[in-house]
Design a protein around this ligand. Structure first.
Ligand SMILES: O=c1[nH]c(=O)c2ncn([C@@H]3O[C@H](COP(=O)(O)OP(=O)(O)OP(=O)(O)O)[C@@H](O)[C@H]3O)c2[nH]1
Length: 190
């Protein structure tokens, strides 16, 4: 039995594999023949479950883990939410610029935002566990000409943006991954 990471994003796969490295079974990613899925659910939880379901029949005897993450902005009624990776064309950096334009006249106190991570862990006997992590912050109103992604516009309570922080052990993905790891370790002990 292995843990299969149901993601088509190599840097996400690397992060999840690294975080789960203490789990005493092999952790592998998808091989090229399984196509990326359309993320059609309305919630992060729903999309994490869709990723797992999409690959379940290929790995009937393994544990499968799917993750969906994104940003919600209070002043934009939760936008971009599940569409964080694709609400407009281009890169995350381009989309971060679009968000800054939408918030151009909104003061910092009203720029509250959250990063979410939902993980679905599916076990070969049909059981599953849902995990969720959330990191609160604000969308920065600082001038930043070097925007490479959402981490450069997400301001934390210590006054730094996410991309300036080396230790991200408190972040949304790590919270959800920590819960996922506990579920897997408990399941393996049975
Ligand atoms: O700068 C960032 N710092 C973060 O800490 C962070 N957490 C999430 N995100 C963004 O949220 C979307 C996830 O999309 P997502 O879960 O659909 O993943 P994906 O499509 O890349 O891979 P897959 O697993 O679906 O194959 C993408 O735009 C990510 O860049 C972050 N950006």
């Amino acid at each position: 039995m292995k843990v299969i990471v149901a993601s088509w994003n190599p840097s996400k796969v690397k992060k999840i594999k690294h975080f789960l490295s203490e789990v005493p079974i092999e952790i592998t990613s998808l091989s090229g023949e399984i196509e990326d899925i359309e993320e059609t659910a309305l919630t992060f939880e729903g999309n994490a479950a869709l990723k797992v379901e999409a690959v379940r029949s290929h790995f009937p005897e393994d544990i499968i883990i799917g993750e969906d993450s994104g940003l919600t902005i209070d002043a934009l009624e939760g936008f971009p939410g599940v569409k964080t990776a694709r609400f407009s064309s281009g890169s995350d950096a381009d989309r971060a610029e679009v968000l800054l334009e939408k918030l151009a006249y909104v003061p910092l106190s009203k720029r509250k935002a959250q990063f979410h991570s939902s993980i679905s862990v599916s076990f070969p006997n049909g059981e599953s566990a849902e995990c969720h992590g959330i990191m609160p912050g604000w969308i920065s109103n600082r001038d930043n000409t070097e925007i490479q992604g959402y981490g450069d516009i997400f301001l934390l309570s210590n006054g730094k943006v996410l991309s300036e922080i080396d230790d991200s052990s408190f972040n949304h993905q790590h919270q959800a991954l920590f819960q996922a790891k506990q579920h897997i370790l408990e399941w393996l002990k049975r």
